[in-house]
Design a protein around this ligand. Sequence first.
Ligand code: UDP
Length: 246
Amino acid sequence: MRILQVRVDECSMDEALSQASQWLAAYPEQAPMKQIVTLNPEGVMLAIQDATFRNVIEKAALVTADGNGILWAAERYGIKGVQRLTGIDLMQRLCQLAAEKNWPIFLLGAQPGVAAAAGEKLQQQYPGLRIAGTENGYFRDREDQVIATIRQAQPALLFAGLGMPFQEKWLAQNAHQLGAAVAMGVGGSFDVLCGNLKRAPQFIQKLRLEWLYRLVQQPSRWRRYLALPRFMAAVRQDAKRTFKIS
Ligand code: UDP
C-alpha cells in the first residue's frame, strides 16, 4: 500500500518471519543483503521530504507498518486489517528464530556499552543466541573500521540502532560491504532492552498511548511529535482526494 505515496507493506509478524527465514536459508553463503525498514508516521513525513530516504524505502526487501498512526492512515485509504509490526517486536522474534537456527547476530548502535548489555538481555531471553559482535553507534571517525568489524563477524542478522533515518540510509549505503544476510534499523530498541528506556506497559500500548509514555521519559524529543498532527492532516486530505478520483 501507499501512505502519502510512501511504500508500506501489509505484512503480519508470521509473514515477516517466514520471509526472513527464506532470506537466511542460504546463510552463510553470501547474497545481497536484505533490508527491513519499520516505518512510522514520522518516517513517512521524513520520506516525503528526503528523496534518499524514500529511495531506501522503495528498494528495501520489506517495509513494515510501525505504529498505530500507520494503521489509522491505512483505514483512511479504506485498507483494513493492517497489522502493526514494530522494530523492537520484530527484532525480538528474529532473535528467537536466530537462537533456534544458530544464526549469529550483530548489534550496532547506541552509547558505548548499551548494545553489549542489550545483547546479554537477548541471550537471557533466547538461550543459545550467538552474538557475533557489538559496536556503539558513535563511530563517524572510525567508520571503515566498524564496517570491517561487521564484515569479519559475518552476522546473519545485523540490527542497527542509530536513529531514523540515518540507520536506514547507512545500512543501504554500505549494504555491499557489511556482509550480513538481513539488516534492520531498530532506533532506540537497545536502550529499551537494556533498561535505559522503559517500554510502555501493554495497557498503555492498547490505549495507543505508547508515544506519550516515551515523551514523558524523553521530553527533549517533543519536536519530533509535531510530525504526527501534520501526518494526520496530510493523510485526511490525500485520502479524500484518492476517493474522489477512484
Ligand atoms: N544513536 C547512535 N548514533 C548516533 C545517533 C543516535 O547510536 O549518531 C542512537 C542513540 O544512542 C539511540 C538510538 O540511536 O540509542 C535511537 O535514537 P532515536 O531515539 O533518535 O531513534 P528512534 O527510536 O526515534 O528511531
